[in-house]
Each structure stands twice: as C-alpha cells, then as structure tokens.
Design a protein around this ligand. Sequence first.
Ligand SMILES: Cc1cc2nc3c(=O)[nH]c(=O)nc-3n(C[C@H](O)[C@H](O)[C@H](O)COP(=O)(O)OP(=O)(O)OC[C@H]3O[C@@H](n4cnc5c(N)ncnc54)[C@H](O)[C@@H]3O)c2cc1C
Length: 426
Amino acid sequence: MRSSFRAHMAKSNPKKTVVIVGAGIVGVSTAIWLQRAGHRVVVIDKTGPAAGASYGNAGVLAAASIVPVSMPGLWKKAPGMLFDRNAPLFMRWSYFPKAIPFLIKFLLNGNISRVNKIADSLSLLLHDCADQHAAVAKGTGAEKYITHGDYVFGFKDRAVYDADQLGWRMRKDRDHPFEEMDADQLANYDPAMAGRFGFAVRCPNHGRISDPGKYVTALMAHVENEGGEFIKAEVEDTIVKNGKVTHVVTNTGMVEADEVVIATGVWSNKLVNKLGGKVPLEAERGYHIEFVNPSIMPKSPMMVASGRFVMTPMEGRLRCAGVVEFGGLSERRNRKAIELLKRQTLDLLPELTYDRIDEWMGFRPSTTDSLPVIGAFDKVPNVWSAFGHQHIGLSGGPKTGRWVAQMIDGQMPNADLAPFAINRFQ
Ligand SMILES: Cc1cc2nc3c(=O)[nH]c(=O)nc-3n(C[C@H](O)[C@H](O)[C@H](O)COP(=O)(O)OP(=O)(O)OC[C@H]3O[C@@H](n4cnc5c(N)ncnc54)[C@H](O)[C@@H]3O)c2cc1C
C-alpha cells in the first residue's frame, strides 16, 4: 500500500526527472533508490536490462574483495603469465599498443602505499554488500535470488596460502573476518569439496546471487511497476544549455532530464568524452562457462586459487567464471580462455556430469586504480558518474546507487567519497 502510494506521488508530483543511462546492477540500483526518494526515473539501455557484465558475473557478493588486481610484484609476474597456457591472463596482441598507457598506470598503482589506500576505499564500498543487496531488493520480488553466506577460497595446500599473505593481512587489518580450514575441516564444511583442496579459507558475511541476469531484470521490472520508465535505445549524446544537460539524445529520440546518471559500465567514456571528461577505463574481459544440471554443486561460491576462477552454485547450473583478458570491446571470444576454464574445472571435478555447457564473455569496467568513479561529474553540474566497478560491481552496485541517489536528492552520504571522484585522474 505504502509503496504504491509513494509511486503514485512520485508519478503525479515527482521531485525531479532523472535519466539513468545503463540498466546494469549500478543503474538499476540507482533508479530504485531515486524512486524511493520520490523522483521520476527513466532508465535507458541499448540492449538491457542486465545486458552487460551484470548478466554473466560469478554472482558473489564479495564483501572482502578489497585487494586490487594490481598488487606489488604483478609487473614481474604478468609477462610470464601471458605465455603460460595455464595462467588466467590473456592479451589480444593486436590491441596491446592501445592498452599500453592504461597498463603502465595500472601497474604503477601496485605499490604498497597505494594498494592500502585502494583497499580502504573498496572496504568502505563493499563491507556490508550483502545487506545492501537485501535493502535494495526489499519488496521488489528480486529478494528470492539473494542468499547470505560464505565465500570460500580453495588452495592446493597451506604453502600456497602462506605465500599470499599480503592480501589476507589487508583483509584482517580492515576487520574482514575469515577462518582457515585444513582439508578435513573443508570436507566437514562441504562434503562436495572433500579431497579437492589441501587448504581453504572461509569468509563469512558474504552472499551470492543465484541468477544475476534474472535478478537485475526483476529489479528493473519493479522500477517500472512503481511508475518508472524503461527505454530501449542507445544514448548517443546530450544537449547542454546554460552549462546543464537538458536532454539526452538517443537513436530513437530525445529524452528530457533534470539530472543524468552515467551508469554504462565499460562503455561510459562515450558519454564522458562528449561532456569533456576523460577516465582511464579499460575492459578486463572475463568469461564464464555453465554446466547445466550438474552432478556436483559446492555449498558456497569457491574461489579456485590455482586458476583464479570462481565456481558458484546457481539455479540448476554450476557457473565457473574468471579470466582476465585485455583486448578492448571486440565481441570475439578467445577459445583458449574458455578451454582453460573447462580444463581447470574438470581437473578439479573429474566425475562431474552435466547436460551441456553454456559459454559467455563480458567486459569488466576497470580503472587504472581499481576504484569506481562515483559522484558529481565535475564538468557539468547535473550529471553524475556511477561506473568503473571492475571485478566487484555486482557487490558494490547497490551502495553506489544509494550514494548517487542521496547526492542527487541533496543529501551528503556519510562516507568519504573523495577517492571515487572523477577529478582524481586530472
Ligand atoms: C567473468 C566476470 C565475473 C565477475 N564476477 C563478479 C562477482 O562475482 N561479484 C561482483 O561483485 N562482480 C563481479 N564481476 C563484475 C561485475 O559484473 C561488474 O563490475 C558489474 O556488472 C558492472 O555493472 P554496471 O552496471 O556498471 O555495468 P554493466 O552491467 O556492464 O551495464 C552497463 C549497461 O549499459 C548499457 N549501455 C552501454 N552504453 C550505452 C549507451 N550508449 N546507451 C544506452 N545503454 C548503454 C549496456 O547495454 C549495459 O546494459 C564479474 C565480471 C565478470 C566479467
């Protein structure tokens, strides 16, 4: 009753019309929080909802994924990994010259003082992400896709875990709890994983989404039920008058806006550039394979440390997601990346049976400092940034949406958002 009353009020007497470009987890979460604050929302997506990375991710609500990919020493390891057929790092060599400026800055961020600062900001964004999902999904019909629980890291043996102590110390220093398990404790915890790892670490206070595509689609359906509008169109430009955006220009027409949110993931520079901004944003291409109707399911999402991929139990499917490939926005899939995921999963689960394997590739929107861009767009006062969430955008999407909605509503979020500001790249 109350929510339909609010929807009626927002529809008949909205505070502002906010156009959100991009219907991934970030854009749709922003729309929900804005709508709850009484604004009229119009969400525009060229293909979606959930057409981008928000469809095919590993589904982990990764509260403790505060360790950036670019860590100290990566610059020494990366070249060897590129030529190792068992390493989850790939490069499309024709794209390499284009990627060099990004990669240099990315690797330079991998020094100890920077990674600690980055981890502080990621911790602020992620520490309560399962609760943030519960809050955004409350009363939407999408709650059924959320499971609160653990995220487990599986290692070949304790020595491999011991060699990776910097990341675990970073988690401990920021009060992200975890519990070490030997092989017997893991077998007790999850019989399906017995004998597959010599050592494991269980991280509580996490969660998972059992079908990220359906989840984001259900959230978007809720926005529409509450009076919001979805337009399937590609945003090509904006019209700026007296220093403010008045309209968003799409391939099917113009849409009037009081405020505009750029939530277009890896594609965000298209609009940012048109408005005079520039963000060092690259696609970290990632893959998943899904074993449909599998005979084995882990109890919790399992990070397989040796292959740096995640096995997540989903609705009737076991999704194995991972790989980092630099190669721009080409839709062409790298068979070697898919074969690697298959080989590594079946090495771990040799007796796995299934009906078929489905494959997917998507683009993680990554910045050089592994932090998303959240907040006011410095060039135009009624434009807002909400993109660049690299490997953790499913987890961080709802809180990003909440922060952006608060700022548009004239409130100051109770958090230091300076590390996420777009002008940090200037
Ligand atoms: C293999 C893999 C595994 C992952 N696993 C996890 C995980 O377990 N946990 C986690 O937290 N994160 C994970 N991620 C990261 C996460 O999926 C992303 O960070 C997140 O989905 C980004 O969401 P988004 O809304 O910013 O972008 P997207 O989901 O990419 O959405 C952007 C939308 O913008 C639309 N769009 C683009 N340009 C335009 C335009 N001009 N006009 C109109 N519409 C436009 C697109 O169609 C798209 O729907 C993973 C990613 C990958 C690839």
